[in-house]
Write a protein that binds this ligand. Structure first.
Ligand SMILES: O=C(CO)COP(=O)(O)O
Length: 248
């Protein structure tokens, strides 16, 4: 019942020239059973939305402000992303939490702003290495989830991405048992917050997903797709991940 989602987060990478990768990805998956989403830097949202043509690829932002408008130099609102062609926005990525001091309360406000503008919020959370080693992973992600979910979250407007901070861009990946444990726990936690929506909310895994480990990760129960960083930049790297999800 949950449609699989292959999402790419380009972070602060890419240029108009990189839109050729989008065209190649769309050409490789003309009629995919899985939902495809790419989140480029804000300046590329509109050009990427054009580059996809009639392909149902979704385009998303990587962050939005919690306010509709105002004196927030350098920020972008959810409605601006929507007008540029976005349908989704990532909120609470660990790089935002670390680089910009975002708390889960900030993230909930941003997710609420995304919903108000008609965007799907992709809420990110995950433990640090120190938290994993201290044995507090489940408590940490439960706290982040509870505090980052806005009022009114539904299966249609919310996706949750579990991204262990120590696995992002490091080539290190949790064991399948560790991924299963966290995803199963997040699903249960979702049920305590959103009993009606918990079964329908997609749970993505993120952190060093690549073609060589994707099929194994997608075999884990309660993994509904991936949020991919580095391996989403080039079609030749992302396409096999999409194919693995199509076959999962
Ligand atoms: O942070 C990520 C996606 O949001 C994961 O990044 P990598 O796939 O590069 O590890």
């Amino acid at each position: 019942m949950r449609r699989k989602l292959a999402a790419g987060n380009w972070k602060m990478n890419g240029s108009r020239a990189a839109l050729a990768e989008v065209e190649a990805l769309c050409a490789a998956h003309p009629d995919s059973a899985v939902e495809l989403l790419l989140c480029p830097p804000a300046t590329l949202v509109a050009p990427m939305a054009d580059a996809r043509g009639s392909h149902p690829l979704r385009v998303g932002g990587q962050d939005c402000h919690s306010s509709e408008s105002g004196a927030h130099t350098g920020d972008i609102s959810a409605a601006m992303l929507k007008e540029a062609g976005a349908s989704h926005v990532i909120v609470g990525h660990s790089e935002r939490r670390t680089d910009h001091g975002e708390t889960s309360e900030t993230v909930a406000a941003k997710a609420a702003a995304a919903h108000a503008a008609g965007l799907v919020a992709v809420i990110c959370l995950g433990e640090t290495l120190a938290e994993r080693e201290a044995g507090t992973t489940l408590a940490v992600v439960a706290d982040q989830l509870g505090a980052s979910l806005p009022e009114g979250a539904t299966a249609a407007n919310t996706v949750v991405a579990y991204e262990p901070v120590w696995a992002i861009g490091t080539g290190k990946v949790p064991t399948l048992e560790q991924i299963a444990e966290v995803h199963e726990y997040l699903r249960k936690e979702l049920a305590t917050h959103l009993p009606d929506a918990a079964d329908g909310i997609r749970l993505l895994y993120g952190g060093s997903v690549k073609a060589s480990n994707a099929a194994d990760i997608f075999s884990v129960r309660d993994v509904d797709g991936a949020l991919v960083g580095g391996a989403s930049l080039r079609a030749e790297d992302f396409s096999p991940i999409v194919s693995a999800l199509e076959q999962a």
